[in-house]
Design a protein around this ligand. Structure first.
Ligand SMILES: Cc1ncc(COP(=O)(O)OP(=O)(O)O)c(N)n1
Ligand SMILES: Cc1ncsc1CCOP(=O)(O)O
Ligand SMILES: [Mg+2]
Length: 206
């Protein structure tokens, strides 16, 4: 069974990004999980093609590759698994679609929904927003390290903090009980994504 990484790169949906180039740099810097996330305006065909390219980069680096939301794309490209949230397939349905061996992540913002997601088959939880995110601006108020700690204390699976995470805040989230962190902007908007990933990796490595 795959272990859950400590530094997850979630790909940037902003137009004009060279996603494969950023993923390659982030992998060189030490990202240990890549989650392919595309906007709702992106066709399944384009998502499939992007996921295939990212999966190839991940396989060459020996890194886990997940697909956000679109589990049929995850299955079609042969990714390691997927991640679902409140508006996606329910966790139990996602598990049924992906099968027993795939990695399945679920979003949970509080202890009760965290326990439910794990009971339904999630291997890890993404929790947040830890801080204010510039990438996804429609989110509820940040839960901070205390909210992350509450979720981490409630479940036996790895908890990945997401939302506004930076090199500076990653250590506090680990100290709060997060197994690791997931980022978009801290790597994708960095002047040097490889260096940013390396710094984040040091911050989340025990
Ligand atoms: C690691 C991780 N945690 C949380 C999320 C958010 O998923 P979701 O709530 O489904 O929101 P979208 O990413 O689909 O907009 C995630 N993707 N990864
Ligand atoms: C998809 C998602 N879900 C919660 S925060 C977030 C975006 C995280 O991006 P950033 O690391 O740039 O805040
Ligand atoms: Mg989702």
């Amino acid at each position: 069974m795959l272990t859950i990484g400590r530094l997850h790169l979630v790909t940037d949906v902003s137009p004009g990004r060279d996603v494969p180039a950023t993923v390659a740099a982030a992998l060189a810097g030490g990202v240990d999980t890549v989650q392919v996330r595309v906007g709702s305006e992106i066709s399944d065909r384009a998502a499939y093609e992007l996921a295939g390219v990212v999966l190839g980069l991940c396989r060459a680096a020996g890194v886990t590759c997940l697909v956000n939301d679109r589990l049929h794309v995850a299955l079609a490209v042969g990714a390691d698994g997927g991640h679902v949230g409140d508006t996606d397939l329910p966790v139990a349905a996602a598990r049924a679609v992906l099968g027993p061996h795939a990695v399945l992540g679920a979003t949970a913002r509080d202890p009760e929904s965290a326990r439910r997601a794990v009971a339904a088959g999630a291997d890890y939880l993404g929790t947040g927003p830890a801080y204010v995110s510039t990438t996804k601006t429609t989110l509820p108020a940040p839960i901070g390290p205390a909210g992350v700690a509450a979720v981490a204390a409630a479940v036996p699976v790895p908890v990945i903090a997401i939302g506004g995470v930076t090199e500076e805040t990653a250590a506090a989230l680990r100290a709060a009980g997060a197994h690791g962190v997931a980022v978009v902007a801290a790597i994708c908007s960095a002047p040097d994504p490889r260096d940013a990933a390396a710094r984040l990796k040091r911050a989340v490595t025990p």
